[in-house]
Design a protein around this ligand. Structure first.
Ligand code: FCB
Length: 452
């Protein structure tokens, strides 16, 4: 028995990438150093000492990559702009070659009928701004607005879909609390200040983008998660509420005009002595500026368990039997439906777009050159079925981007994790369509797919 899953004909089908993960050319044509250049060049930070110096060499191969996108019937492409290509020192002097690169890329997309979705910040802060205090400093939020202005003045006539930030949770917590991402800090106060300045810079940039790009749609890409308590014990319920606070409400509440969640603010104070004294009059209104869409990046759910509490019940939820990707992430498609419904019913965004979804599996080409990545195909298919189910429940979803178009540099994991629908042979830079890419191409042509 198969079931046909169909989507509206104008649904936005795309694939996503990010500058540092694919471009390479890290020091070419006037580009400044970014925090990811610095971080990956620091021994011990990235698995196997790898870095994005060359990555997929997309900076030089972008035309071929655009042809690949066209061959996949993509209607949209989500890419990010490298801030240090545009403003090598973070602010001030503009590097014309940097702007030219994205100008050509955008024209190349439009010539192929592919709609550009531009992300302004996908984690590669100019190192000069980090040296001046980074995101914990309010001046970085001001610099971001300058950058957004420069970029949208140049591209705003042709780019009509803007994403200010990608996953502020990761920038704040992975970069400033746990330190596994650039710039590698372990500091709760810096983390809280980073959260605020990321959100503030988003709020300040939205009107600038609207002014320079009339009629454009503007949003940001969050990575909220469905958080499930491992059991019904009081301590697990509390662990889930805490996780939901940090992961979801700390970002969603201020963006949707509810201010920072009191329980999270209190906990940061009690446990880390962090005071939200960096919030200035007018900031919360600026952050809550209306947007056109909420971008959602989703991979897996979170199961919250208080490991330290004595006599905690054994977890009622176990995941051992479930499939996991090579990142170790549980495959649990219904969590996607639950999350999308929660976001819609709790926050009522004007619309929603899935800005990332995908899976890491290293299934590579066989002797005949075929990459039978059935597990990725299943992952995408089953998650799309949940997207459709959420739409049927009334969630206003109008687009979906796979992560990722092609295999690329997976941050602290280097090249060990492959998320692409397109295989990249890093030695030769050859690209090869995996089965999932061919399936996606047909899905787009048919406005849907068959679910076994
Ligand atoms: C997301 C990032 C993206 C990629 C995927 C796997 O958190 O936005 O760049 O690394 O995870």
């Amino acid at each position: 028995m198969t079931k046909q899953v169909t989507f509206p004909h104008d649904f936005i089908w795309g694939a996503a990438t990010a500058a540092y993960q694919i471009e390479g050319a890290w020091d070419q044509d006037g580009k400044g150093e970014s925090i990811w250049d610095r971080f990956s060049h620091t021994p011990g930070k990235v698995l196997n000492g790898e870095n994005g110096d060359v990555a997929c060499d997309h900076y030089h191969r972008w035309q071929d990559d655009l042809d690949l996108m066209a061959a996949l019937n993509l209607r949209a492409y989500r890419f990010s702009i490298a801030w240090p290509r545009i403003l090598p020192a973070g602010r001030g002097q503009v590097n014309p070659a940097g702007l030219d690169f994205y100008d050509r890329l955008v024209d190349g997309l439009l010539a192929r009928g592919i709609r550009p979705f531009a992300t302004l910040y996908h984690w590669d802060l100019p190192q000069a701004l980090e040296d001046a205090g980074g995101w914990p400093a309010r001046s970085t939020a001001e610099a971001f607005v300058e950058y957004a202005d420069v970029v949208s003045r140049r591209l705003g006539d042709r780019v009509q879909d803007w994403i200010t930030h990608n996953e502020p949770f990761c920038t704040a917590f992975l970069g400033h609390m746990i330190g596994v991402h650039a710039p590698g800090h372990n500091d709760a106060a810096k983390t809280a200040r980073t959260v605020h300045h990321l959100l503030l810079s988003h709020g300040w940039a939205v009107p600038v983008l609207r002014a320079n790009s009339p009629g454009a749609r503007v949003g940001l890409a969050l990575n909220p998660n469905e958080v499930v308590p491992a059991s019904a014990s009081q301590v697990d319920l509390r662990a889930a509420a805490r996780e939901d606070g940090i992961r979801n409400r700390l970002f969603l509440d201020p963006l949707y005009h509810r201010g920072y969640p009191a329980d999270v603010v209190e906990r940061l104070d009690v446990e880390y002595g962090v005071r939200f004294d960096f919030v200035q009059p007018g900031d919360m209104d600026a952050i809550a500026v209306p947007t056109d869409f909420m971008g959602v990046n989703y991979y897996n759910r979170t199961i919250a368990r208080d490991e330290e509490a004595p006599n905690n019940l054994p977890p009622a939820i176990t995941v051992e039997g479930n499939e996991h990707t090579e990142m170790g992430w549980e495959v649990y498609p219904p969590g996607f439906y639950n999350l999308l419904c929660r976001l819609h019913f709790d926050y009522r965004p004007a619309s929603m777009i899935i800005t990332e979804n995908g899976a890491s599996y290293s299934d590579g080409p066989d002797a005949a050159g075929r990459s039978a990545d059935q597990r990725r195909l299943n992952y995408i298919r089953d998650h799309l079925a949940e997207v459709r189910r959420a739409m049927d429940a009334g969630v206003p979803l109008n687009g979906y981007f796979t992560w990722s178009l092609m295999d690329n540099f997976e941050w602290a994991f280097g090249y060990s994790q492959r998320f692409g629908m397109v295989w990249v042979d890093y030695a030769t830079q050859q690209r090869l369509l995996k089965d999932s890419a061919l399936w996606y191409r047909d899905l787009i042509a048919n406005d849907g797919f068959a679910l076994p």
